[in-house]
Design a protein around this ligand. Structure first.
Ligand code: F6P
Length: 341
């Protein structure tokens, strides 16, 4: 048997750990050939691939990014995209694919399965917004990076008696903001799930200053002021219809400065949250996902995604996983609100 593996969408720490587990178990336990398709769904469309032998996955467990490259290519938006994939798989003699990705990559995986191509999904995203799994790998690393940044910003903010606004990733789900803000002792956490009132944020900021502490405000890139619109870096849409968000942190820092008369600065963490070596937690989760994805392929259980439920890895339908985004529930946000101000 020959299988293909690909990584799609925004990269995240832990992708290489999945690839390594797939290759190790696919070859050692099953005697399969493993091919890596390059740059997400672009690889199976254009035929760009490389053989993945045991030596090609040595030393990649701890490495961030993906040795296969990634892209946001959508075969359902390209003329004849699905037929190209079918032709590549036939030419390469590939019987099944393991697709490692978030909602977009796995949404394509689901449609391809419906169209008769055998795909098993592995959930990745720093945003932790995929349904049907308790956690995605990459999230823990992103939260660690953001928390470390917040810890550092506390000391410089206090030295200068400034407010510091930290913009983190999260278009529609505020998980990174919530977890890093809680872990980092933020004075305010703003998430896309709950519109915020600027006067209320200013009140919390002032309360913090009154206690001789410098406030740290963590804001997800997709957070919205009441009655406001998303802040865009570019209105141009990618193949999955996403615009590029960014700018809310700078805007909010200016509002705070104007309304409080205190100095205020914005820090945009951006892609640092996606880079570098994965945490031990993410390496283990990614490895377990990879091993279980191989089992699903061996069972020909296509159209499924491996998922974390408690401490167990289970299989769920791709349709369930991609049905709706997992956003921050009101009760989880309420826990954080206790610490605002
Ligand atoms: O989906 C992961 C993510 O990092 C989002 O949090 C962020 O909005 C987006 O990707 C950024 O995408 P790009 O790397 O294409 O700028």
């Amino acid at each position: 048997m020959r299988i293909g593996v690909l990584t799609g969408g925004g990269d995240c720490p832990g992708l290489n750990a999945v690839i390594r587990a797939v290759v190790r178990k696919g070859i050692d336990a099953h005697g399969w050939d493993v091919i890596g398709y390059r740059s997400g769904w672009q690889g199976p469309m254009t035929g760009e691939s490389k053989p993945l032998g045991l030596d090609s996955v040595e030393d990649i467990l701890t490495r961030g990014g993906t040795i296969l490259g990634s892209s946001r290519t959508n075969p359902y938006k390209a003329d004849g995209g699905v037929e190209q994939i079918r032709a590549t798989l036939a030419k390469d003699g590939v019987d099944a694919l393991i697709a490692i990705g978030g909602e977009d990559t796995l949404g394509v995986a689901k449609r391809l399965t419906d169209d008769g191509i055998g795909v098993v999904g592995v959930p990745k995203t720093i945003d932790n917004d995929l349904g049907a799994t308790d956690y995605t790998f990459g999230f823990d690393t992103a939260v660690h990076i953001a928390t470390e940044a917040i810890d550092r910003l506390h000391t410089t903010a206090e030295s200068h008696h400034r407010a510091l606004v930290v913009e983190v990733m999260g278009r529609h789900a505020g998980w990174i903001a919530l977890h890093s803000g809680l872990a980092g002792g933020a004075s305010v956490i703003l998430v896309p799930e709950r519109q915020f009132s600027v006067p209320q944020v200013v009140e919390w900021v002032e309360r913090r200053f009154e206690r001789e502490y410098a406030p740290i405000i963590v804001v997800a890139e997709g957070a919205l002021p009441e009655g406001g619109a998303e802040m865009l870096q570019s209105g141009e849409k990618d193949a999955f219809g996403h615009v590029r968000l960014g700018g809310i942190g700078t805007w909010l820092a200016e509002e705070i400065a104007q309304r409080t008369g205190k100095e205020s600065r914005a820090v945009v963490l951006g892609h640092t949250q996606r880079g570098g070596t994965p945490t031990a937690y993410d390496r283990v989760l990614a490895t377990r996902f990879g091993l279980n994805a191989v089992d699903a392929v061996a069972d020909k259980d296509f159209g499924t995604m491996v998922a974390l439920r408690g401490t167990d890895i289970v299989r769920v339908k791709l349709s369930e996983a991609t049905a709706e985004l997992k956003t921050v529930p009101a009760e989880r946000y309420a826990e954080a609100e206790v610490f605002f101000g």
